[in-house]
Ligand binder design. Structure first.
Ligand code: XIL
Length: 381
């Protein structure tokens, strides 16, 4: 016969088991998801590869609509792909992405109009300032107007700053001068009146670079041109997430009357090559050696846990500032797809996202969900 005590024990064991099962089952049958969990707080996005946009990747085809309500094309709207020669545009995949997003009620961030990397070959060798100007006007006007009303936001200018807050010496700065950023936003505003306009960069949570970003934003505003938000890319290292700088940045950017988005979030778990500072500049690469590729088979539990804790810390901060944050986008759906397997060193095995190579949720996924469920449980009691 069961006495009261053993009955209580049995019941709590049953509840515990069914709770952890629910956690697993919930994500499998679509009941619980990132987008649902944070729907009152901010959009939850992912970067999509060409394959994923074409729904050739069955894991992503199933998971993306279930988990995400925002998406950014990882590459296919960059100038080298969408504008391959002077008078030729290649809109195929971007149009497919718009249709895909519409079917699944996903808000698109188009990425990106003006950036020094992944530019078309014909622009790279251009000497004459008038031709660069013509390219600049045609590119922004043609691409931004085609997708106005179809995409939610544009990264109008990407990575215009050096680490010390000065302007990067790109072809646009050289040929068009200091005002090119304001002009890019002016053209985008005209071509895309229904689309949010963002400035996007990495490391702009760092004080000097942040000051440079604030100067850019103020200059755009002073010219009477619209800027709706600033994107902090969020390519960080699991051991070194700059929480205080991120918090200070959310406050300072919000004080300018614009929204903040975390646009390319991923946390590398691999050792940095010797002497390398944290940079997402895609031209700044390092050479391979085995010591900096320690987890070729699997990620040890201790590092899984560290990743979960770092992501939970970030989402707690995001929730604190949810009124200022428009969107949090991960740079990829699963670890296998992440650019961090090939950057800054080729051929490594990295684990920076919430889903593993088989699209299974990692401990970091549950830790992120719990920042919300625990928070609301606290409020409810
Ligand atoms: C990366 C893509 O993920 C890679 O597939 C590509 O080879 C290089 O670019 N900052 C940005 C993104 O704004 O567009 C970059 O994406 C990562 C750094």
């Amino acid at each position: 016969m069961l006495n009261k005590f053993s009955f209580a024990l049995l019941l709590s064991g049953f509840l515990f088991a069914s709770c952890s099962n629910t956690k697993q089952a919930a994500t499998q049958n679509g009941m619980s998801s990132l987008k649902e969990t944070f729907k009152k707080d901010f959009l939850i996005g992912t970067a999509l590869s060409g394959q994923q946009i074409e729904e050739k990747d069955s894991g992503a085809a199933r998971l993306v609509p279930q988990q995400f309500n925002a998406a950014t094309p990882e590459n296919i709207m960059k100038a080298e792909i969408i504008h391959p020669s002077w008078d030729r545009y290649n809109f195929d995949l971007a149009d497919k992405m718009v249709a895909y997003a519409k079917r699944h009620d996903i808000k698109l961030t188009a990425h990106t109009l003006i950036w020094h990397s992944q530019t078309p070959a014909f622009l790279r060798g251009m000497k004459d300032a008038d031709s660069v100007k013509q390219y600049f006007v045609n590119h922004i006007t043609t691409v931004a107007s085609r997708y106005d009303g179809k995409v939610y936001s544009w990264d109008v200018v990407n990575e215009a700053l050096n680490e010390d807050g000065t302007l990067r010496n790109s072809i646009f700065l050289q040929k068009l001068g200091d005002d090119y950023i304001v002009e890019a936003f002016r053209l985008a505003q005209k071509a895309a009146p229904h689309t949010k306009l963002y400035y996007n960069d990495y490391n702009i949570e760092q004080p000097k670079k942040r000051a440079g970003a604030i100067a850019i934003i103020k200059k755009i505003q002073a010219a009477g041109v619209r800027i709706d938000g600033v994107g902090i890319q969020g390519h960080w290292h699991v051991d070194n997430v700059p929480m205080n700088d991120i918090e200070e940045s959310i406050r300072e950017f919000s004080a300018l009357g614009i929204q903040v988005a975390f646009t390319e979030l991923d946390l590398s778990v691999l050792p940095n090559p010797r002497g390398r500072t944290n940079s997402a500049d895609i031209s700044n690469t390092s050479t391979y050696n085995e010591q900096i590729n320690p987890y070729t088979k699997e990620l040890p539990d201790s590092v899984q846990q560290k990743l979960a804790t770092a992501y939970a810390g970030l989402f707690n901060l995001f929730l604190k500032y949810k009124d200022n944050i428009d969107r949090v986008t991960f740079w990829g759906v699963n670890d296998g797809q992440s650019w961090l397997n090939g950057f800054p060193v080729r051929g490594r095995t990295n684990y920076p996202l919430l889903f593993d190579r088989q699209y299974r949720p990692k401990p970091a996924y549950y830790a992120v969900l719990e920042t919300k469920t625990r928070g609301s449980a606290k409020k409810a009691f």
